[in-house]
Design a protein around this ligand. Structure first.
Ligand code: ATP
Length: 372
């Protein structure tokens, strides 16, 4: 399933040169984007980057200042929200206060005139999904914020719309429930063949759920790609730093040798060797080398004379996370690296300790070069 890489595939949703201004402020700036049927699509970005505004234009609650949005080829200009085949679950859930949980979930189904037995079975299914079976008779005022959010989610999903927009759908849930619900949402979306567009500022959530992620930065699209591409091949420093943890080593390009870039950096004695053949760089150019923490290796013993990309420093602190241990290593240049190591067994003999002198290395193909 990868319609975005098929040049003949017709998008379900198409934003064409969309700009949205509020007075002098530009919330969305000449943005073009295609979303395909059956996709689980995430809009990811920091607060204020324009994610919600983009969704509200799709749902019809805001009009673009310029540009065109089409849905299945139809221009949406002038089509009111209730005429658009789009369902939206809002950040503020807008539950009916005078209706019980089950009545809230059933509401849209009743309006659509579904048979009673079908409504009952769908409501039960949804209550199970969001783990609220025991609270079916309660009213919204008797629920916690997280529970209300689950009711809103159940209500939005119950109608099985072809296209569902979700604005921070899991924001009020605790970590465990959020993670479980992420997989439930993926299962539902997959089973029902729905198209999901989810707004989130939580990069882990986007990485887990999305087929593709659009990273937004100040009204622009910084990158649109699969989670793997975004993580492994971030296009800019902003993306590398926003999605996941990363070490940035600043330096200058010295040239190319056997197809590998040589980069001089104050963080290492010898020039770095980086395998990033797609980059077009020139000698002297300032660049940032991005290396993910799990792609760095930390060791006590000096690496052999042929080792590449050797950084020396001392252990500044150690964080034990159960599945991982995080080492922060201070280099002579003052830079602090973050290096993670998977805890593959329960006991480590003679573990690396605070204040120890250590060597950190990484392979030439573990790093990405980002032009500054
Ligand atoms: P958050 O994650 O905080 O909801 P966001 O990425 O969804 O942020 P938007 O809500 O789309 O961001 O807002 C983008 C920009 O447009 C912000 O600078 C915001 O202040 C501005 N903005 C949004 N709606 C309005 C409005 N109705 N009037 C004026 N400015 C607005």
């Amino acid at each position: 399933f990868a319609p975005w890489s098929d040049p003949n595939a017709k998008p379900l949703i198409s934003f064409e040169n969309i700009t949205k201004r509020f007075g002098d402020a530009v919330a969305v700036d000449n943005l073009s984007l295609n979303i395909f049927e059956g996709e689980f699509f995430c809009l990811l970005g920091p607060s204020g980057c324009g994610k919600t505004t983009l969704m509200r234009m799709l749902a019809g609650f805001e009009q673009p200042t310029a540009g065109r949005i089409t849905l299945a080829g139809q221009d949406l200009a002038g089509v009111p929200p209730y005429r658009r085949p789009v369902n939206m679950m809002f950040q503020s859930y807008a539950l009916f206060p005078h209706m019980s949980v089950e009545k809230n979930i059933a509401f849209g189904l009743k309006q659509d005139g579904l048979p009673k037995a079908e409504i009952t079975s769908r409501v039960e299914e949804m209550l199970r999904l969001v783990q609220l079976e025991r609270l079916a008779k309660r009213y919204p005022s008797q629920l916690s914020g997280g529970q209300r959010q689950r009711v809103a989610l159940a209500r939005a999903l119950a109608k099985r719309p072809k296209l569902l927009l979700l604005d921070e759908p899991l924001g009020a849930l605790d970590k465990k429930l959020r993670e479980a619900t992420q997989f439930e949402l993926m299962d539902i979306q997959h089973e029902l063949g729905m198209t999901f567009v989810v707004v989130t500022h939580d990069q882990e959530e986007a990485m887990t759920m999305a087929d593709r992620i659009a990273v937004m930065d100040q009204g622009h699209l910084a990158q649109v790609a699969t989670p793997g591409e975004i993580y492994e091949q971030p296009k800019t420093r902003f993306i590398a730093e926003f999605v996941g943890d990363v070490n940035i080593l600043e330096g200058n390009v010295m040239g190319q040798e056997n197809g590998l870039w040589r980069v001089q950096t104050p963080s290492a004695d010898a020039p770095l060797t980086i395998d990033d053949p797609d980059e077009v760089l020139h000698s002297g150019q300032a660049v940032a080398i991005a290396v993910r923490p799990e792609k760095m290796v930390i060791q006590r013993d000096p690496p052999g004379p042929n080792a590449r990309n050797v950084l020396t420093g001392e252990v500044w602190d150690i964080g034990y996370l159960g599945d991982w241990t995080v080492y922060r290593v201070k280099l002579a240049s003052g830079a602090i690296l973050r290096v993670t190591r998977a805890n593959a067994s329960r006991f480590v003999e003679n573990p690396i300790d605070w204040d120890e002198q250590v060597y950190v290395t990484f392979a030439p193909n573990a790093a990405v070069i980002l032009a500054e």
